[in-house]
Design a protein around this ligand. Structure first.
Ligand code: APR
Length: 238
């Protein structure tokens, strides 16, 4: 009986950059969301208390774009790597483009835009049928629904699971994130020292120059395929 060779674990941390070519705005690029909105007015519990209608509008606008968006070649190339590796995607993104592309193991650190959460019982989470969530949309216990998003200042429930996954990585990749936000960016400190790290970003990042990093200075739609070719060639002993 041929026992399947255990696949190497590829753990990937993605950010808004991998969804940029699908038409979803990033946060800190030119024209990014934090240039248009004050993050404290749309993405914090205080913002929700002060002006829930503005917060709802901010997420409705992004959800409307998401309902029209499709995965790009970067998401697809990452999903295709599941043929050769045990791939886990840890994403800061709240879109579901990794899942739409076929990635089977996706851990969302900052929530999911297609879902809404009860404001009286956080265990109650609902998948939205269309892009608009309104004041007056209630959970089964009669309380207002909020976007299922981890706001600044709120705990990141999946962080310990993500740290455990990063620790077990044989190969780690960072795609489309400026690594500005913690605890997500701290995942880099969880991986073992000898693990190769791929970094895919069209812009230089402070970590680009680290010695065990392979920096692919490309858009995700190009860079992920380049990384995939390198990884598969290495598997086949080229
Ligand atoms: N392909 C790959 N990377 C890209 C592309 C692209 N086509 N376009 C831009 N990038 C890179 C940018 O150079 C930048 O390094 O993606 C990164 C986007 O960084 P941010 O806009 O800071 O997004 P992100 O790192 O995901 O933000 C993290 O901050 O506001 C919070 O919760 C929000 O999850 C978000 C978190």
């Amino acid at each position: 009986m041929v026992v399947g060779v255990k696949m190497k674990k590829l753990v990937v941390l993605t950010g808004a950059g991998i969804s940029a070519e699908s038409g979803l705005k990033t946060f800190r690029d030119m024209g990014g969301l934090w240039e248009q909105y004050d993050v404290t007015e749309v993405a914090s519990p205080e913002a929700w208390r002060k002006n829930p209608e503005l917060v709802m509008r901010f997420y409705n606008e992004r959800r409307k774009v998401l309902f029209e968006a499709t995965p790009n070649a970067g998401h697809m190339a990452l999903a295709a790597l599941q043929e050769h590796f045990e791939v886990t995607v840890i994403t800061q993104n709240v879109d579901d483009l990794h899942e739409q592309a076929g990635s089977k193991s996706v851990v969302h650190l900052h929530g999911e835009l297609r879902k809404a959460q009860s404001t009286v019982d956080s265990r109650l989470v609902y998948t939205l049928k269309n892009w608009e969530l309104k004041m007056g949309d209630l959970c089964e216990k009669g309380s207002q629904l909020r976007p299922y998003i981890v706001w600044f200042g709120e705990p990141v429930p999946n962080m310990s699971m993500a740290a455990e996954l990063a620790k077990q990585a044989d190969i780690f990749a960072v795609i489309g994130t400026s690594l500005n936000v913690y605890p997500a960016a701290g995942l880099l400190d969880c991986i073992s020292r000898d693990v190769r790290v791929y970094l895919i970003d069209p812009n230089m990042l402070p970590v680009s120059a680290r010695k065990n990093f392979t920096f692919i200075k490309e858009y995700a739609s190009v860079g992920v395929s380049l990384m995939a070719k390198e990884l598969i060639d290495a598997l086949n002993g080229f």
